[in-house]
Design a protein around this ligand. Structure first.
Ligand code: SME
Length: 156
């Protein structure tokens, strides 16, 4: 596992010459999947009216759409707050896309104060995600937001 500041520098370099939101979100999900151990899925869901719709991701096919407020993703998107779930079986209303997933972390994607969607990570390990992972992922999402023009998405 490479050092955290290297990871931030690598992501900054990866996104340096591109501002397209689909390209950058796709690269971001692949980057995280490549450099974080123990993941079986990661990716974006974006807000469309009262639903979340699947965005760029890595892993097996996933649940789509998700109603806002439902599951871990729908809750994080509604509250605008990150959620870490040690054991998905203990989270009431958790939506099981892959029965192998055991723990989950969902971070809001907030651009100019508006929650556009979420970035979701799943792991087959119990209690995979730490506070340290959460703050590193928050910093990486900040880099994505800085480098990307989300206006053409129509989500802003
Ligand atoms: N488990 C999520 C659904 C999305 S998948 O994990 C890819 C949830 O409860 O919102």
């Amino acid at each position: 596992m490479i050092d955290q500041s290297d990871l931030k520098a690598q992501l900054t370099a990866l996104l340096a010459d591109e501002e397209d939101w689909i390209a950058n979100c796709a690269q971001f999900s692949a980057f995280v999947f490549q450099f974080f151990s123990g993941l079986n899925w990661d990716g974006f869901y974006f807000k469309h009216g009262v639903q979340l719709k699947l965005g760029p991701f890595q892993g097996k096919v996933a649940c789509n759409p998700i109603a806002l407020g439902m599951g871990v993703c729908g809750k994080a998107a509604t509250t605008g707050k990150a959620i870490r779930v040690k054991d998905v079986h203990d989270f009431p209303g958790h939506i099981a896309c892959d029965p192998v997933s055991h723990s989950e972390m969902v971070l809001p994607l907030a651009v100019q104060g508006k929650v556009l969607g979420v970035f979701d990570l799943d792991s087959p390990q119990r209690n995979r995600f730490t506070q340290k992972d959460q703050s590193l992922l928050t910093d990486l999402l900040e880099i994505l937001i800085e480098k990307t023009d989300f206006k053409p998405s129509g989500l802003l």
